[in-house]
Design a protein around this ligand. Structure first.
Ligand SMILES: Nc1ncnc2c1ncn2[C@@H]1O[C@H](COP(=O)(O)OP(=O)(O)OP(=O)(O)O)[C@@H](O)[C@H]1O
Ligand SMILES: Nc1nc2c(c(=O)[nH]1)N=C(CO)CN2
Length: 164
């Protein structure tokens, strides 16, 4: 059997039926050979970072993967397309955004793929869901656990879905 690794994925949506899209995206990913769902966070309603646009729903999932990072990124991009993502305005609204946050303790810096995701350390909409399911994972650039990184971000714009 091929050895498996752990990958953390961030999910976001602020167009269409975001809840339905995010749940379906996780199901789609978990059906791809070599990608097994291990844990999923709660969903959070979050204030948009970037240009003015509607609030997002955000969450994170951890998958056990038997495919390399580049193939995993391809699977994420295919899944974004399947759920109708067409606009590529940087930080603009989207029906589905999937980011590869962490892949074991790998550090990778290529034009099309950076791991860890370069902006994850400052994003409350990533760290607050991620701390639910991976508090002890060490982010390999900062060498700090997710629990510590999450404790330092401003989480005032991040609300557990159905709690407000
Ligand atoms: N870790 C990563 N996860 C997802 N995409 C990545 C990653 N590293 C590099 N990329 C590249 O970024 C592109 C996606 O950019 P995208 O339009 O989603 O950026 P964005 O969502 O607007 O901004 P951000 O990257 O800050 O979330 C992908 O096509 C991919 O090649
Ligand atoms: N709250 C929130 N803001 C964002 C998000 C997101 O997922 N959540 N994604 C963006 C593009 O990557 C830009 N801004």
């Amino acid at each position: 059997m091929k050895p498996s690794q752990s990958a953390a994925i961030a999910l976001g949506s602020n167009m269409g039926d975001s809840y339905k899209t995010l749940e379906a995206a996780i199901d789609t990913l978990a059906k791809i050979p070599g990608i097994i769902l291990q844990a999923k966070s709660s969903w959070y309603r979050t204030k948009a970072v970037g240009p003015p646009q509607p609030d997002y729903l955000n969450g994170c999932a951890i998958f056990q993967v038997e495919i390399p990072p580049v193939l995993l990124l391809e699977a994420l991009l295919r899944t974004e397309k399947k759920f109708g993502r067409v606009r590529r305005e940087q930080w603009g609204p989207r029906s589905l955004d999937l980011d590869l946050l962490l892949y074991d303790d790998i550090i990778m810096d290529t034009p099309h793929l950076q791991i860890p995701h370069p902006r994850m350390r400052s994003r409350a909409f990533v760290l607050i869901p991620l701390v639910e399911i991976a508090p002890d994972w060490v982010e390999p650039i900062s060498q700090r656990v997710i629990r510590d990184l999450a404790s330092e971000v401003d989480c005032s714009g991040v609300h557990l879905l159905n709690s407000i």
